[in-house]
Design a protein around this ligand. Sequence first.
Ligand code: FEO
Length: 394
Amino acid sequence: MVSREITPGIFWVGAIDWDRRLFDELIPLPNGTSYNAYLIKGSEKTALIDTVDPTKEYELISNLVRLRVERIDYVIVNHAEQDHSGSLPMILEFYPDAVIVTNEKCRDLLVGLLHLPPERFRVIGDRETLSLGDRTLEFLMTPWTHWPETQLTFLQEERILFPCDLFGSHIATSDLFMNDERAIYIPAKRYYAEIMMPFRTSIRGYLEKVRALDAAMIAPSHGPVYRDPAFILDAYADWTSDAVKNEVVIPYISMHGSTLKMVEYLTDALLARGITVKPFNLSKTDVGELAMALVDAATVVIATPTVLFGPHPQVVYATYLANLLKPKFRFASVIGSYGWGGKAADTLVKMLDHVKAEVLEPVIVRGLPDETAMRGLDRLAEDIFKKHKEINIV
Ligand code: FEO
């Protein structure tokens, strides 16, 4: 992919990973991704903002060579994770005068992770500026917009914000700019759910700081550049708010059909009460779809059969992930079946210790659900309906 000019003197010089289908060996990437790096030419100095995943470092170097960039004075590092920092060793070798500009925490991480020489760093603090001559970079410290060292860089004259991961989307596209809101909303939401949701409260706190910049563009390090920042800022305001929707997410596994029958019955009982239901068969769904549903839902009902003495391992995996993502759902319950015993419900409820949800009485039955089981599911549907009503979402 060739470099492209965002605005005179400012270039996208990153790489598009069309084929990548898994991130961190965990997160499905149905649409690939990109690693965006940006070159800013000032009248006196040249800065590179972030680098690319090391698997694509040759593309970054080719872009710089084709632009005839003979000298880079500063490499701004907004985040130490290797999909943005992994090409730093090559850049430092290729441009021996380049100085890495970042905060102290990020410097320490980069020295530890990539064994970069400390003397190649210049440490900056919150709201500090760096002159490139006719252009000025301002740095905003925003820890926990993924990692503890994350920061944003703002180009004052053109009012372009470079937030690295924040506001990004995992999508490989030849569109440099976001041109179609409908096409980017889902990848951006999926990215928020998978990467940013655990930091919801911190991010919400930074949104006003970002809005106050009145950025003309937001240029993240994954996905397209926003020429209408309000689109992504409004979406983040919604996703990070405490507001939940009249929705129930049901992640489930069924081995012999009993749990599935319960899921189907509960789904109908909730639909009949005007509640949106999103069931996810964990043997088929990808965790990104589930994570996205967890952004808005008021309630999660986990449905599991019993394997030996506890929940099905795939349900344990999904519950563990959901707990890590810290979604904002308010109510939780467990339904499922067993053969000869077990404590599936207790085990799953204890796993949700990062989520501040009220637990509604589980419905656990032996074997095929009978009339008593159905009455239990009707009671659970009614409990959920009443709780949703109490918080004014029905
Ligand atoms: Fe795109 Fe936290 O790395």
